[in-house]
Ligand binder design. Structure first.
Ligand code: PLP
Length: 337
């Protein structure tokens, strides 16, 4: 099977496994795991933030980001297709008792005007607008980069209006690879940033939340409360550290393969927009039938937004796999579903 469902399906590499085996460890809830501490320092530095906190998943680092910047009953503004709204099981309501207000914007981009129009006046009837969450790259729009200027403008407007800004940067390094702009340039405009090592970077598990010292101290409490305090976590943190040190620079390869995949699919008669990063959205009339047909041909993909399926390139998908996937899809167009 060629698995193009997500960049989360990768297996740890040999180098990664070696680092895991040899990692010095301690009790991270006591702050005594040297490998976790190294990872947190490394990622804080990469993102240009004072501190970072290691957690099991991107969902958890997003939710901690929300928890530390909001109070009960307040409102969080975010794109209608954002991962936090669509795919995090209603966690902001469950864990932080906040209300989500979804906003429209092409390719996940929210304009300053959209932000201004959504921020509530101070009035006893209204929830208080407290936090703006932005996502880069934007998953449901097909891995689109949030252009730096637009990002800075939306974040500046939110700050002017008294809001905090959280960046869901699960694939922030894909934005860096696609544009050549260092990830930290986006982070300057956000109070908290979540990044994942388990997506394109290929680690088996692990995300980090970065911010200033005080915010990350609070985040450490929230992580404990959410059940994310881990003990000899250096065993897995070693894989994340390896991923940040060795796999950031290869993300461009995934992007090139996504572009090859989209070109091959277009040649086979599909409508597939040119990807900016590692996610390819293909328009199909009946996504679930198409996915079943593709699986019968030995290729796995996922539903995208309505009317689309999504294929994702990653560390474990080489040029031959992409070619095989294109040939499989071409066999399906020969017998339309
Ligand atoms: C944009 C985005 N944010 C957050 C997450 C959540 O990450 P996790 O699966 O580690 O909880 C994902 C997962 O794919 C994602 O695509």
């Amino acid at each position: 099977m060629i698995d193009l469902r997500s960049d989360t399906v990768t297996r740890p590499t040999e180098g990664m496994r070696r680092e895991m085996l040899e990692a010095p460890v301690g009790d991270d809830v006591f702050g005594e795991d040297p490998t976790v501490n190294r990872l947190e320092e490394h990622v804080a530095d990469l993102l240009g933030k004072e501190a970072a906190l290691y957690a099991p998943s991107g969902t958890m680092t997003n939710q901690i980001g929300i928890q530390v910047s909001t109070n009960r009953g307040e409102e969080v503004l975010l794109h209608e297709g954002s991962h936090i709204f669509v795919y995090e099981a209603g966690a902001p309501a469950m864990l932080s008792s906040v209300q989500l207000r979804t906003l429209a914007g092409e390719n996940g981009v929210l304009s300053p005007e959209t932000v201004s129009a959504a921020v509530r006046q101070e009035d006893v009837h209204f929830p208080r607008s407290r936090l703006l969450c932005l996502e880069n790259t934007h998953n449901t729009s097909g891995g689109k980069v949030f252009p730096l200027e637009d990002f800075a403008a939306a974040a500046a407007r939110a700050k002017d209006l008294g809001l905090k800004v959280h960046l869901d940067g699960a694939r922030l390094f894909n934005a860096q690879a696609a544009t050549g702009t260092p990830a930290r340039e986006w982070c300057v405009h956000a109070d908290t940033v979540s990044v994942c090592s388990s997506k394109g970077l290929g680690a088996p598990v692990g995300s980090l939340l970065a911010g200033d010292e005080e915010t990350i101290r609070e985040a450490r409490r929230a992580r404990k409360a959410f059940g994310g305090g881990m003990r000899q976590a250096g065993i897995i943190a070693a894989a994340s550290l390896y991923a940040f040190e060795n796999h950031v620079d290869r993300l461009g390869e995934d992007h090139r393969r996504a572009s090859d995949l989209a070109a091959g699919l277009r040649e086979a008669g599909y409508e597939a927009a040119e990807p900016e990063t590692n996610l390819v959205l293909v328009a199909v009339e009946r996504p679930s039938e198409f996915l079943q047909a593709l699986a019968r041909e030995g290729v796995l993909a996922t539903p995208g937004r309505p009317g689309f399926v999504r294929l994702c390139t990653h560390l474990d998908a080489g040029d031959e796999d992409i070619q095989t996937a294109v040939e499989a899809a071409a066999r399906i167009t020969a017998t339309p579903v």
